[in-house]
Design a protein around this ligand. Structure first.
Ligand SMILES: Cc1cc2nc3c(=O)[nH]c(=O)nc-3n(C[C@H](O)[C@H](O)[C@H](O)COP(=O)(O)OP(=O)(O)OC[C@H]3O[C@@H](n4cnc5c(N)ncnc54)[C@H](O)[C@@H]3O)c2cc1C
Length: 386
């Protein structure tokens, strides 16, 4: 594994940094919405970095995609509005879509003119995703969709949904599933936002009542939905860590800064012997996380597909983030509970938000237990878990 960037990667980073410097005021997350952010990035030619140029991307390497994600996080830019379209669903359409589907959907994903959500999980199909029950039944040249999805991030904002359905009612498990692209404005689609403990409604329940979807919207082969869905999940775990690592490092640096001003036992928190140990340990772990990310990227570059490193990284950063938020809470004291808008809140309540939001990290994109099962089986050769 080579930890140094190549001359081409360094040049790419310099070009991006120059663009960010010219276009990004220091506090731009306060002034731009996620939607505006993506349009700006798109117009400057930075959307879909690793997508092939033929589909409107930049044809850059995966490492350059990681550099882009890192630099955006370093600049404190808001996330892009169509993050699921760009990171997960677009690449799945590139891999499995017909020419007509690529032409129809990819440009609007890049420009954020159409926002996407991922409709996989159901009340009885989370970790055990192969238990999907939402039904798709062929009726002439349309499918009729009935069923329920849950925890659908951005469901409230989405124009389209990548939906995993059961097209063969007699099938079980991984067989008989079909991946279908559903217009969220179709009659019979009902979206109910779910309120999270952070106070926001990032995800939703989706209900489908006799929703008619053209048969041409099936992505990949009918009955081969499991294979297509795995393509989506593979992208989900591959590069997510890059932005998180930089975002955590920024938060860590801020916590160290605050530790010099927060009083503790007649001194500052920075002088507290126990907190110093914990801050130093967090620093070490954030560095380990960076190296794990490089290892995962090296593996993809060498073998073409993500390996179990994606699971190691997912377990590591999500559990580290929870430990880190706990340390921040200890250091900041009761003020950490004050949320956005409270006059006495530190950093406008971001610490309360981060503490609460970190709980979902070990659940979304596959729970820690599921990631450990993957490591146990594929890395350690233990028997498969059922
Ligand atoms: C913030 C957030 C955003 C999300 N966004 C989306 C989205 O956009 N689209 C989408 O489709 N889904 C989304 N999800 C859903 C997510 O993928 C599921 O919550 C996750 O896969 C777990 O499924 P579950 O909630 O049904 O829990 P369950 O699968 O019921 O698990 C319950 C508990 O049992 C454990 N468990 C289950 N099976 C095993 C096993 N074999 N071995 C050991 N332990 C096991 C789990 O680890 C967990 O602790 C999101 C979730 C969160 C928290």
């Amino acid at each position: 594994m080579d930890l140094n960037l190549t001359p081409a990667e360094l040049a790419f980073r310099e070009e991006l940094r120059a663009w960010l410097k010219a276009n990004a005021p220091a506090d731009w997350e306060k002034h731009r919405t996620e939607d505006e952010m993506q349009k700006e990035v798109y117009e400057a030619g930075w959307a879909g970095i690793a997508w092939p140029a033929a589909y409107g991307g930049r044809g850059a390497t995966l490492m350059e995609q990681v550099i882009f994600t890192e630099e955006m996080a370093r600049a404190g830019a808001p996330p892009l509005a169509n993050v699921l379209g760009l990171m997960l669903i677009g690449p799945t359409i590139i891999a499995f879509g017909t020419d007509a589907q690529k032409k129809r959907f990819l440009p609007n994903i890049l420009s954020a003119d159409e926002i996407w959500c991922q409709g996989f999980s159901e009340p009885n199909a989370g970790s055990d995703l192969a238990n999907v029950r939402t039904e798709s039944k062929l009726d002439g040249d349309h499918y009729s969709i009935n069923g329920q999805k849950v925890w659908t991030s951005y469901g409230w904002a989405a124009d389209w949904c990548a939906l995993l359905t059961r097209s063969d009612p007699n099938s079980t498990k991984h067989k008989g599933l079909t991946y279908i692209l559903v217009d969220m404005k179709s009659p019979g689609v009902e979206v109910r936002p779910l309120r999270q403990m952070t106070g926001e409604s990032e995800f939703c329940e989706l209900f489908f009542h006799d929703v008619r979807v053209p048969a041409e919207n099936v992505l990949g082969q009918v009955g081969d939905g499991w294979n297509v869905a795995m393509g989506t999940l593979m992208h989900e775990r591959a590069t997510l860590g890059a932005a998180v690592q930089i975002a955590m490092k920024r938060q860590f640096d801020r916590l160290v800064e605050l530790s010099h001003t927060i009083p503790r036992n007649g001194h500052t928190a920075a002088e507290d012997p126990v907190l110093r140990q914990k801050l130093a340990q967090s620093y070490v772990e954030i560095e380990v996380m960076r190296l794990n990310q490089m290892r995962a990227i090296t593996r993809i570059n060498q073998k073409g597909v993500p390996g179990p490193e994606g699971s190691i990284q997912k377990i590591f950063w999500t559990e580290l983030n929870q430990r880190f938020q706990q340390i921040a809470a200890e250091l900041l004291g009761p003020y950490v509970q004050l949320t956005k808008g409270s006059p006495a809140a530190i950093d406008d309540g971001i610490w309360a938000y981060s503490f609460l939001r970190a709980r979902g990290n070990t659940i979304e994109a596959g729970t820690s237990e599921i990631q450990r099962n993957i490591v146990g089986h594929f890395v350690l050769g233990l028997p498969k878990s059922y």
